[in-house]
Write a protein of this length. Structure first.
Length: 712
């Protein structure tokens, strides 16, 4: 009996879908893209309407052969790739590679029985407009990358790359660094009074708010120096402090909307310390499905590449039932909340949410790795909170008159916790939160006692460097990139050596500044955030209104080509300054310098070309070689097939070796030395003492650790 064939992108999806579909379906994976532009040449015919020359990816030829064989005996063929532009393009390439006459496209935002069965009932044609939008993006990025990168090789250094979006992201980091460097701090003062109500011992603080009727906001109007501060202070201690006005106001705070890709990446960075790439890897695992014993493989969240805050009605109803059961009727808003997506969002998509809120993080703990559990917990709580009642505060503002000044005390108390009982959104950069203070009952005209007046000197602060969260937030606000691009952008600009992280904040490298300045000088349009955002809007127009993608490429390419010719003729060579180290060249005695090649940083003799000595930079782990007679350090090395091991820095004089990872945090309970890490976070980690002289000690062998004690 012939069976229907369903083609998905990854093997993980197969397990989940098989767990609830009958045997009448055969499910196979394309293993991602099966066709793309060739890697060895441009692959775009700029002379003939920018037609792309797609090729089957060499390592996917066996996959195509297997799929063709399965297709020959299939009663029907369904292409079930991801529900976005890239997934649509993969389905289109599959249809061409398999020579399907009437390809049937199905898509679902979550891998659940109901979603997949519903999709199978309503197969559709491949969306040509969506495919065209993805083709336009691919061709555009290929033209920029393959044309600009050789220019950078000639003018800066071999092995560099440029990209339509990544280069703008680097420019943002460079521009912010220059703002910081050029920033001149300005002095200003604040004045805090510590007051009590007559007959009360409990004190409260009030801050100088206005002088002579003019508000002190530390921007347009500020106390500029010590002399101005002292002039205000003169006589305040002995003056009459009197309540001028008391304002009480109920304040309502609505919950944050459920996650979209960018906000998930931002919040995971703030609360979990995850990089954008790590967030997306773990989210992909939760989406595709987790093995849960007798229940089988279950997809736990909806599709994680989305910019829509829409929520399916059935998911809202389930969450309302759960809120009622867990927290009570008062935590349930009268109507399900509706959140507005940003302009240009794909409204056919849903927000990121659990496929069922009835699967709480606590229920799933034994099935999930540490990272999976933490991210699922974040997604579950954010979604549940988004469907709950607002937080209600009792806010109070007290204005106090003293001579020509007004001091103001503000505070609030929680009247009803609402969604905050479960979840509150993280904040970027230590933003000031409203004080949660209580005050004794006061009425206008009451006198107050001043116990202390404290002046404080401040200086205006330069704008902070970007974190992963704030860089992604800014990219989204400026309309640069799309949900699927944020994590690759962040990863690429670090891998290329254009930016580096210092205390979890990005700063540009000298290389990043050189490349940015060159591109800004000769390609101002490409490096302009507004231009990049307009390109994204053009791609949306292709998808939504069927505009000709060739015209979009043509309008971009011809001015770009003229700029490229100018840069090739006029741009001067720019080389990063080599960084000198204390490492001595064993061949000629010079101090070696750090250089960068296409495979990363390495040590090189500055005497090139007379001396061509180079060697890798050894990454130490902060641990001494445990052999008593050796004073070397343990350094990370790579063996065959890139297998990591740690050896002594004095090799070959000392040949001590430990395979795998080293932990300096989990020390041997007997000798206090570092341990080797084995196992996995899900099944548990084992820490074994690496000290040869400690092998007979009790506790020096296996030191068991729970999965939650994973090494970051």
């Amino acid at each position: 009996m012939s069976r229907a064939l369903i083609i998905v992108e990854s093997p993980a999806k197969i397990k989940t879908i098989k767990s609830f579909l009958s045997d009448k379906y055969v499910i196979k994976a394309s293993m991602g893209h099966v066709a793309d532009l060739p890697s060895s040449k441009l692959g775009v015919d700029v002379e003939h309407n920018f037609e792309p020359a797609y090729e089957i990816i060499p390592e996917k030829k066996s996959v195509i052969k297997d799929l063709k064989k399965a297709a020959q005996s299939a009663s029907e063929i369904y292409l079930a790739t991801d529900p976005d532009r890239e997934g649509e393009a993969i389905a289109w390439h599959l249809a061409r590679a398999l020579e399907l006459k009437e390809p049937r496209r199905i898509q679902f935002n979550q891998i659940t029985r109901s979603a997949v069965e519903e999709a199978l009932k309503h197969p559709q044609d491949i969306d040509g407009c969506r495919v065209d939008a993805q083709q336009a993006r691919r061709v555009l990025d290929r033209l920029v990358g393959y044309k600009l990168s050789p220019l950078l090789w000639k003018k800066v250094r071999k092995g560099l790359s440029a990209g339509r979006v990544q280069s703008v992201a680097v420019r943002m980091v460079v521009d912010r660094e220059r703002e910081i460097t050029a920033f001149i701090p300005e002095e200003y003062w604040s004045i805090i009074a510590t007051l009590t109500k007559e007959g009360h011992e409990e004190s409260f603080e009030a801050k100088l708010h206005a002088v002579d009727g003019k508000k002190i906001d530390n921007k347009k109007k500020k106390i500029a120096d010590k002399a101005a501060m002292e002039a205000i202070l003169a006589g305040l201690h002995d003056a009459l402090w009197q309540v001028a006005n008391v304002t009480r106001k109920e304040q309502k705070r609505n919950p944050a909307p459920p996650f979209i890709t960018s906000t998930l990446q931002q919040e995971a960075a703030r609360k979990l310390g995850f990089s954008a790439r790590r967030t997306m890897v773990v989210a992909q695992q939760l989406y595709e499905g987790i093995e849960m014993g007798e229940a089988g493989h279950i997809g736990l969240i909806t599709y994680m590449r989305t910019d829509s805050t829409n929520v399916a009605p059935e998911a809202q109803q389930e969450s309302r039932n759960c809120v009622m059961e867990r927290f009570g009727k008062e935590y349930l808003p009268e109507k399900p909340p509706v959140y507005r997506s940003r302009r240009g969002a794909q409204e056919a998509h849903e927000a990121i949410r659990p496929t069922s809120v009835m699967r709480s993080p606590e229920d799933l703990e034994k099935w999930l790795s540490r990272d999976q559990k933490r991210l699922y917990d974040l997604i579950w709580k954010r979604f549940m909170a988004s469907q709950m009642s607002p937080l209600i505060l009792d806010g109070v503002t007290i204005d106090i008159n003293v001579r020509s000044c007004i001091f103001r005390a503000t505070g609030s108390t929680v009247k009803f916790p609402g969604f905050s009982r479960l979840y509150t959104e993280g904040a970027d950069d230590s933003a000031d939160e409203e004080a949660r203070r209580t005050f004794p009952a006061m009425e206008p005209g009451e006198r107050l006692n001043c116990k202390e007046i404290t002046p404080k000197q401040h200086f205006t602060q330069a704008p902070p460097r970007y974190t992963e969260a704030t860089l992604i937030k800014t990219l989204e606000e400026k309309g640069i990139g799309r949900p699927s691009t944020y994590a690759p952008i962040i990863h690429t600009i670090q891998e290329r050596g254009y930016v580096e992280q210092e205390e979890k904040r990005f700063r540009p490298t000298e290389l990043g500044i050189l490349v940015t300045d060159l591109l800004v000088q000769y390609f101002p349009a490409i490096m302009d955030a507004g231009f990049t955002a307009r390109v994204e809007q053009d791609l949306d127009q292709i998808e939504e209104q069927g505009e000709d993608w060739h015209e979009v490429i043509s309008a971009f390419y011809h001015p770009f080509e003229r700029s490229l010719h100018t840069a090739e003729k006029e741009a001067e060579k720019r080389r990063p300054t080599p960084v000198e180290t204390e490492e001595v060249c064993e061949k000629c005695g010079r101090k070696m310098v750090i250089k960068e090649g296409r495979f990363g940083k390495f040590l090189a003799c500055p005497g090139f070309p007379e001396c061509r000595n180079t060697r890798p930079i050894r990454k130490t782990v902060g641990a001494q070689c445990p052999r008593p007679e050796c004073e070397g350090e343990l350094v990370e090395r790579k063996g065959k097939r890139s297998r990591i091991f740690h050896g002594c820095s004095r090799y070959p004089a000392c040949d001590f070796v430990v395979w795998g990872r080293i932990s300096t945090e989990h020390k041997c309970s007997r000798c206090g030395g570092p341990t080797a890490v084995k196992g996995s976070e899900k099944r548990g980690l084992t820490y074994t003492c690496i000290n040869p002289g400690c092998s007979e000690c009790e506790g020096a062998g296996n030191i068991q650790a729970k999965p939650t004690e994973a090494v970051e």
